[in-house]
Design a binder for this molecule. Structure first.
Ligand SMILES: Nc1ncnc2c1ncn2[C@@H]1O[C@H](COP(=O)(O)OP(=O)(O)OP(=O)(O)O)[C@@H](O)[C@H]1O
Ligand SMILES: O=C(O)c1ccc[n+]([C@@H]2O[C@H](COP(=O)([O-])O)[C@@H](O)[C@H]2O)c1
Length: 240
């Protein structure tokens, strides 16, 4: 945590930047991702949300998963003019399991305070994630209500353990509330958008996206591996 000397001689302690991490397949990204990110940022007083475009969810089949550059390009399009950075840092780190990605991110960005964000559908199967308790020990978790999943989420097998760390929103807004494990359940305007519905309605969505010249919003490195064509590059929000 950074400290600065005040004229009076007292040391002013500045709070670390608060970052929400929304990991996802983004196959493709949609308005629901944007909406929940903006809601959580406001509710928890976040400085930014980082969208971690996954090289591949370990629990999802490869079939039907668009290439990473296309998913990344869709995320760039959905996050425009919002305090959201789109990153494929997991590919760079060589991590696929969230527990490993979060450990690496905490080491690399050790001046940031992170919170893991996920929809209620993921809470329902959280107990199947690799070393899921260690994810909860690494940083607070914010779960967003999602139409069709809320009943399942509250009786999720992981809740037998995670439920005892449930905190009210007010506690999470205080800096000391960011201890882990902590779980906050958030309910905003329900958003029924899903990537599944978009793929069903528009199976060719990935073919229309130009994914050359993409640049990682967190590491600022070129993404590479895309087709040639005009696609906006760079980042949204402020500098990492
Ligand atoms: N409408 C929504 N409401 C709440 N959470 C959402 C919503 N859409 C996505 N999320 C959450 O965002 C994260 C990334 O989601 P993902 O990229 O898998 O999109 P998806 O719409 O859930 O995709 P799919 O339908 O292919 O499973 C997940 O934690 C998911 O629960
Ligand atoms: O680490 C795991 O075991 C694990 C299992 C399932 C999902 N995840 C992560 O959960 C996030 C949401 O995935 P998805 O496909 O539901 O968007 C994404 O970052 C995945 O890598 C992670």
């Amino acid at each position: 945590m950074a400290g600065a000397r005040h004229r009076s001689g007292a040391t002013l302690i500045s709070s670390p930047r608060r970052i929400g991490l929304l990991g996802g397949s983004f196959n493709p990204a949609h308005g629901g991702h944007r909406q929940i990110s903006l809601f959580v940022a406001k509710a928890l007083g976040l400085d930014e949300v980082w969208w971690l475009v996954s090289p591949g969810n370990p629990l999802k089949p490869k079939a039907g998963m668009a290439p990473l550059p296309a998913r990344f390009a869709s995320a760039m399009a959905q996050s425009r003019r919002a305090p959201i950075r789109v990153s494929a840092v997991e590919r760079e780190l060589g991590t696929r399991y969230t527990v490993d990605s979060l450990a690496a991110l905490r080491r690399r960005y050790n001046k940031r305070a992170f919170v893991w964000i996920m929809g209620a559908d993921n809470l329902a199967q959280f107990h199947q994630w690799h070393r899921w308790r260690d994810i909860a020990r690494a940083m607070p978790i914010a779960v967003i209500a999602r139409p069709g999943y809320d009943g399942e989420a509250i009786v999720a097998p992981a809740m037998a353990w995670l439920g005892r760390f449930r905190r009210p929103l007010a506690a999470m807004r205080r800096p000391e509330g960011w201890s882990a494990p902590s779980l906050v359940l958030l309910r905003f305007d329900p958003d029924s958008r899903s990537a599944t519905a978009i793929r069903q309605a528009d199976p060719g969505w990935a073919d229309r996206l130009e994914s050359a010249s993409l640049r990682d919003g967190v590491t600022h490195r070129p993404l590479g591996g895309g087709r040639q064509g005009p696609m906006h590059s760079g980042r949204t929000g402020t500098s990492a």
